[in-house]
Ligand binder design. Structure first.
Ligand code: AMP
Length: 193
C-alpha cells in the first residue's frame, strides 16, 4: 500500500505512523526525519534546510523533491510506504503525482489526522524539540494552514482523502485509522502485504 499521512504539527502523526508501518508492513518515509538526519550530519543540504526548519518555515520544494525522488526509487519502497510530512505544498503533491505516474504506482489513500488548534499547542509545548518554541510553533501552524491545507481539497477531488479524528488516546486513534485502511477497496487490497 502507498499512503500519505497529512496533519498539522503536533497532531500525533509520528506516533500513529510507527503503529501503521508495523501493522501494514510499510516503509516509513518522513521528510522531517530525513532533514533532521541531514542537519545532524552537517551535510550541505542539512545546513541549508536547518535555516528554514529552525524558523518554522517549509524547506524549498526543489530540495524536498530531490530527497524524496531518490528515496522512493530505492528497492524497499516497492512493497509499500507511508509518506509522513510529504507532500506539504501543492507543487510537491503535483510532483509526487508525476513521479508515481511514471512508475504506474498511484497512491492508495491519503489520511488526514485532524486536531483542534488549542490541543496542538498543548501537545507541542510539552514536546521539547528545538523547533517547538512558541513562536516557531505558531509559524509552523501558519505554514500548515497556508501551504498544506490546500492539499486536502486536492486529494478530496481525487477521492483519496480520509479524515480521521485525532482526539482521544493513541489506541482509540489507531483503531479509527485501522478501520479506514481495512475498509479500502480491492485496489488497495491487492497491494496489501
Ligand atoms: P516535521 O518533522 O514533518 O514536522 O518537519 C519538520 C520541519 O522540516 C518542518 O517544519 C519543515 O521546516 C521541514 N519539512 C519537513 N518536511 C517538509 C516538506 N515536505 N516540505 C517542506 N519542508 C519540510
Amino acid at each position: 500500500m502507498r499512503m500519505v499521512f497529512i496533519g498539522p504539527p503536533g497532531a500525533g502523526k509520528g506516533t500513529q505512523a510507527a503503529l501503521l508501518i508495523q501493522r501494514y508492513g510499510l516503509v516509513h518515509l518522513s521528510t522531517g526525519d530525513m532533514l533532521r538526519a541531514a542537519r545532524d550530519a552537517q551535510t550541505e543540504i542539512g545546513k541549508l534546510a536547518d535555516r528554514y526548519m529552525s524558523a518554522g518555515q517549509l524547506v524549498p520544494d526543489d530540495i524536498i523533491l530531490a530527497i524524496v525522488k531518490e528515496r522512493l526509487a530505492a528497492a524497499d519502497c516497492r512493497t509499500g510506504y507511508l509518506l509522513d510530512g510529504f507532500p506539504r505544498t501543492l507543487a510537491q503533491a503535483e510532483a509526487l503525482d508525476r513521479m508515481l505516474a511514471e512508475t504506474g504506482e498511484p497512491l492508495d489513500v491519503v489520511l488526514e489526522l485532524r486536531v483542534p488548534d488549542e490541543e496542538l499547542f498543548r501537545r507541542l509545548s510539552g514536546r521539547g524539540r528545538s523547533d517547538d518554541k512558541p513562536e516557531v510553533i505558531r509559524q509552523r501552524l501558519v505554514a500548515y494552514r497556508q501551504q498544506t491545507e490546500p492539499l486536502l481539497d486536492y486529494y478530496q477531488q481525487r477521492r483519496l482523502l480520509k479524515t480521521i479524528d485525532g482526539m482521544g488516546t493513541v489506541e482509540e486513534i489507531f483503531q479509527r485509522i485501522q478501520q479506514v485502511v481495512d475498509s479500502l477497496g480491492d485496489r488497495a487490497g491487492r497491494h496489501r502485504k
